[in-house]
Design a protein around this ligand. Structure first.
Ligand code: MCA
Ligand code: AMP
Length: 503
């Protein structure tokens, strides 16, 4: 059962929409192995389209419908889709316009016998999804996930989180990433449970629907939990209920049996306050687009604040030092992962694929230690060039390369700095081509407008054409020089620690 903006689809109705769409896709030329770009806001149509693509054995490529034209171009050139499913008019490729009205007026017939030829479904090893994810390089890489990868992950989560048919999940995560689309949406379909879908996370609508629909499951990124806490603590926030007493669990979230957090570190303080305010110990888990879900706090046992738990069923995890040796408990090492849910290749990028694996293990780049009981604690990442803002993975290199295209910019360094709401905020250090006169300090923070007047360039307008909004720096510093180490490399660690930057 799917609920969205006052409408409901039973399982039968959901399946009929999937069947109808797969017929429609097939008529538009989609075949097994071809790519179907899904560029839609959260909506039932996005879910129907993904499952229609699965049925045809094609590869669904979900992308942020609010990405910039340059980002869209990049993905479309990379995947060469046979179909782009989007809302609104576009001037690219072969388009199925699925605005809600368009979608309804094109109800068409149920699939013909010929269209049904794929209803046996694809083989387990066939690719189901291609997700674009940022890395240490400038351009995002396409992660090819097979049906086998996805089913292995979903089955593991079913066991670990006691996911059942009578669960009802409030789904507010964006459906163009693994967290929302695979873990939450496909997880619900796999378990035959219900979804209450929102277009976007809104704190008041979330609190309302958790109660109104009697939801049993919620999955979010740490920012969402932080905002739920703020709403809970703020009197007169427009919530229909009374502000919560900080020391007294709020009774009306009783229907929920599990709050899950992932995609970025959940601060131990958020975990503790949430427990006091709402009476629930959030279950934190860890995963990655390439590996799907890897570690999870226990459903039954104690959930340790600050820990991402232990390996999920069917997943092997080890911690490895720089000489590729496994480390002792308590020591820090890179997380390596092995298991059926781990992807096999980046799209058209054999070099990146080769570099990511070592003896069958996928090297995550995340760094952690294990306590005596075997619980994992993430302490950071090997690369300073990866930023997690609002749960989105962002490449500092990608932003730097865009800013460097501005003629007024000589050098630039982008870093992630801790931030209460976002997890990390994006901070850019810009060294202009022309030394700016009448400036005595070497590192001056300035707003975007001031930066534009100093550089005499439309920095923000340019960023809009190149990068999705969540990749735009939120703070700018004008610098005379960037700190460099003995090898001549910009020392981002020093930049992150600068007194002007730390709030
Ligand atoms: C957005 N912005 C705009 C526009 N739209 N600015 C100008 N014009 C626009 N049209 C700005 C926003 O104001 C904000 O800026 C920034 O862009 C980011 O937008 P948004 O993310 O929408 O911010 P928000 O509305 O505050 O929402 C916060 C959110 C959302 C609800 C936490 O970011 C979200 O849903 N994040 C989830 C990400 C996720 O699902 N990750 C999973 C990846 P400013 O910052 O200046 O206010 S998968 C993964 O990580 C692995 C597999 C795992 O383990 O799960
Ligand atoms: P993505 O590429 O968007 O799939 O993001 C995956 C990355 O998110 C991981 O490599 C981690 O750096 C981070 N991540 C996911 N879950 C957690 C968590 N619970 N705690 C800390 N980092 C996390």
């Amino acid at each position: 059962m799917l609920h969205f903006e006052g409408e409901t689809w039973t399982q039968g109705a959901f399946l009929r929409e999937v069947q109808r769409l797969s017929g429609c896709f097939s008529r538009l030329g989609v075949t097994a192995g071809s790519r179907v770009v899904l560029m839609l806001e959260n909506s039932p149509e996005l879910l129907f389209s993904a499952f229609a693509s699965h049925q045809l054995g094609s590869i669904a490529v979900p992308i942020n419908p609010r990405c910039s034209v340059a980002e869209m171009d990049y993905v479309i050139n990379d995947v060469e889709p046979s179909l782009i499913v989007s809302e609104g008019p576009m001037a690219l490729g072969r388009i199925a316009n699925l605005t809600r009205d368009g979608f309804r007026s094109d109800r068409g017939d149920l699939p013909s016998e010929q269209d049904r030829r794929f209803t046996g479904g694809p083989a387990a090893g066939d690719a189901a999804f291609l997700f674009y994810t940022s890395g240490t390089t400038s351009h995002p890489k396409g992660v090819l996930l097979s049906h086998r990868n996805i089913l292995a992950c979903l089955e593991s989560l079913r066991q670990a989180w006691h996911w059942q048919e009578n669960d009802r999940l409030l789904l507010v995560l964006p459906l163009f990433h693994v967290h929302g689309l695979i873990v939450a949406a496909h997880g619900s379909v796999w378990n035959g449970s219900e979804i209450v879908l929102h277009r976007k996370f809104d704190v008041e609508e979330t609190l309302r629907d958790l109660q109104q629909y009697g939801c049993t499951l919620f999955m979010g990124v740490p920012t969402m939990y932080q905002r739920l806490l703020e709403a809970g603590a703020t009197a007169g926030s427009g919530l229909r209920h009374q502000p919560f007493a900080a020391e007294q669990p709020h009774a009306s979230l009783d229907s929920i049996r599990l709050f899950v957090s992932g995609s970025a570190p959940l601060p131990a303080s958020t975990h503790g306050t949430f427990k006091r305010m709402f009476g629930h110990a959030i279950l934190e888990r860890y995963g990655m687009t390439e590996t799907l879900m890897v570690l999870s706090n226990p459903y039954d046992g104690p959930r340790k604040a600050g820990s991402v738990g232990v390996p999920l069923p069917g997943v092997e995890v080890c911690l490895v030092d720089d000489s590729r040796q496994q480390v002792e408990k308590g020591d820090i090492g890179e997380i390596w992962v092995r298991g059926k849910a781990v992807f096999h290749q980046y799209w058209k990028n054999p070099n990146a694929t080769r570099a990511s694996f070592d003896q069958g293990w996928f090297k995550t780049g995340d760094v952690a230690y294990q306590d005596e009981e075997g619980h994992f604690f993430i302490v950071g990442r090997k690369s300073v060039d990866i930023i997690k803002c609002y749960g989105f993975k962002i490449s500092a290199r990608e932003i730097e390369d865009v800013l460097l295209e501005l003629p007024s910019v000589a050098e630039v360094a982008v870093v992630g700095v801790p931030h209460t709401d976002k997890g990390e905020e994006i901070v850019a250090f810009v060294m202009p081509q022309q030394r700016v006169r009448d400036r005595t300090e070497t590192c001056v923070e300035m707003g975007a407008a001031q930066l534009e007047s100093v550089l005499r360039e439309d920095v923000i307008g340019f960023l809009h054409t190149r990068l999705a909004h969540y990749k735009h720096p939120s703070r700018y510093f004008l610098v005379d020089a960037l700190p460099r180490n003995t090898m001549g490399k910009v020392s981002k660690i020093d930049l992150k620690k600068r007194k002007e930057v730390v709030r």
